[in-house]
Design a protein around this ligand. Sequence first.
Ligand SMILES: [Zn+2]
Length: 213
Amino acid sequence: MRIYLKQLELGPLQNFVYLIGPAESAETAVVDPGWDVPGILKTAERDGRRITAVLVTHTHFDHINGVAELVSATDVPVYVHKKEEGALPVEPASRKGVEGGYEFSLGPLALSFLHTPGHTPGSLCVSVQDKLITGDTLFIGGCGRCDLPGGDPELLHKSLVRLSQMDDRFIVHPGHNYASQPTSFLKDEKRYNPFLQAKDLLGFMGLIGAVRK
Ligand SMILES: [Zn+2]
């Protein structure tokens, strides 16, 4: 099945906001609407898409800034990990708390969530066919910070090990435009991204410059 996927770079922190859905019908999810909600709505309208869900990979402000505005414009549910549900600035009725392994569909297109804690306790990746939206867990050539409140180097290392065991053919769609290219094959991340190559926790801690507590 063909996929509609738009990657928009928005805001002062080089966030990537994604619009994703099946190419053959209009159902569309917006992932991490942190900035410029009017621009997101305009893109959807121009492309003939109907926004039916919001997904958030985690609840850092730069990923959820626009959630309330987008929900009031579209009245769609916001999918978030249960551990971070409370941090979402929308009414409980608009929240849909999920856990890893949760699957749902946009028309004929199936999406599934992976729980990849470490950057935050409820960080999620979203897999859709060969696309892997990685939020701030995995960047092109890098990974998210784990020294912020709620961050945990051990959990992030485990999550990255898990991602490194996934199929080479996945295309990584990160949460920020921090690299010289906006996406890459997971195969190449396994080969070139040092954070995916750390053999053990100690090696990983050395890479991120963490101090053992
Ligand atoms: Zn973050």
